[in-house]
Design a protein around this ligand. Structure first.
Ligand SMILES: [Zn+2]
Length: 173
């Protein structure tokens, strides 16, 4: 199976089977999956939002698309819309948004970022009436996730503080 490594600010849409690997701190990944067509999409966004004019009837690629939760979500949803996928058939999963570096003074903005990323994601999912089927967000730990684009499964591992201090929890969601 093809392995895709997703860096912060990147987004991947799979139309044939692939494993997408990424590691999240305060960033969030939102995965979309459509079972009937076995297509999956996933982003790795760093920040919630920026000044970006909406394009409700088409597919817009802004120049900071992958960095922002809202732009990434709008893009992925528009992509499935244009493929004719009914929104009620989409499964959505949400991960990340950790509060990293909780014991450092300079962490104010970083602390808030994870929560803001999660809040915006949840608001988007709620207002579009999308079907959230799994989530693991917040907390002081980083996460490694592997997304299987043809089954929609996510393999999740949590890490304490650094990627070397694995706390041993592995889940399939
Ligand atoms: Zn944008």
């Amino acid at each position: 199976m093809e392995i895709i490594r997703l860096d912060p600010g990147e987004l991947y849409i799979g139309t044939s089977p692939a494993e997408v690997h990424t590691i999240l701190g305060s960033c969030v990944s939102i995965a979309f999956f459509h079972e009937r067509s076995r297509m999956g999409a996933i982003c790795h966004a760093r920040k919630p939002d920026h000044v970006c004019h909406p394009a409700p009837f088409g597919l817009k690629v802004c120049r900071e698309l992958g960095d922002h939760v809202r732009c990434s979500l709008e893009f992925m949803l528009a992509w499935f819309d244009l493929r004719g996928v009914p929104r009620p058939e989409l499964e959505v999963k949400l991960f990340g948004g950790a509060m990293m570096f909780a014991n450092t003074l300079a962490a104010g903005s970083v602390l808030g970022m994870g929560k803001r990323n999660v809040d915006l994601s949840m608001e988007f999912i709620r207002t579009r009436r999308l079907h959230l089927t799994a989530s693991d967000v917040g907390g002081p730990w980083a996460r490694q996730i592997i997304f299987f684009t043809d089954t929609g499964e996510i393999r999740l591992k949590r890490f304490r503080k650094s990627a070397t201090e694995l706390d041993g929890l592995e889940q399939l969601v």
